[in-house]
Design a protein around this ligand. Sequence first.
Ligand code: UDP
Ligand code: MN
Length: 268
Amino acid sequence: MPDCKEAFVTLATTDSYCMGATVVARSLRRHRTARSLVVMVTLNVSQQSRLALEGLFDEVIVVDVMDSEDHLHLALLRRPELGVTFTKIHCWTLIQYRKCVFLDADTLVLCNVDELFERDELSAAPDPGWPDCFNTGVFVFRPSLHTHGRLLDHALQHGSFDGGDQGLLNSFFSSWSVDDIGKHLPFVYNLSATSIYSYLPAFQQFGHNAKIVHFLGAVKPWHSSSQRDHSSSHAMEQFVRLWWNEYLSHTTSAGPGKQPNQDEEKPR
Ligand code: UDP
Ligand code: MN
């Protein structure tokens, strides 16, 4: 039985990101998570995509930031550029759950990562571009309307230094880099695909420990063809291939009771 008090949460505001959310759910189920799976979608996501997600997630929550509480509406009117950010921090309103792990829709889970729920808010892995900042593709949080309100206030007053959720969350949880090493997730929980190029020897040494791959950046796996690069031995292309295998797998609609059993080789 899934632990109803704890959930993995992702977000998709377009049909393309729904493809990513599909892979998040399938890869979590493949590795037999015991937690609930939640996806937040916006109204512009097609009904077809939404129905597909309903077959994979325990909860599909439709969020319409414009129709939400006044405070949120006001925040969005004053800072329209933060639209997707506000949608993401909506995850703090999921107070039916005691603790959650947020996963970007462009992540791929490679093994069971339920141990993440042993961590406290706000736990995250360093950002490869500026390691004193955490990357917001994978983070542990505790839903709370109080925290949600404070995040909105913070966004209204200070905006986001990078225009997205990562700038906002890093200035809100500003002591992350120095406070508590227990809140620093090992990099293998948010292995950005770009790091394979930027520090290849480290990837060769530690890459086999990868637990969650994050296709951070402008080019997402769903932008590339599933047919391309199959013969390539490059690790990055192998992760993209793994992503497509997960996306195209048809065995996972059985739900948590019946799990697929296709053990995948991790790229090295
Ligand atoms: N997202 C979305 N629609 C968008 C942009 C982003 O639903 O148009 C969500 C999605 O969950 C995505 C996350 O916000 O994974 C963060 O955006 P993205 O992964 O593109 O940023 P990156 O990790 O490349 O910085
Ligand atoms: Mn991402």
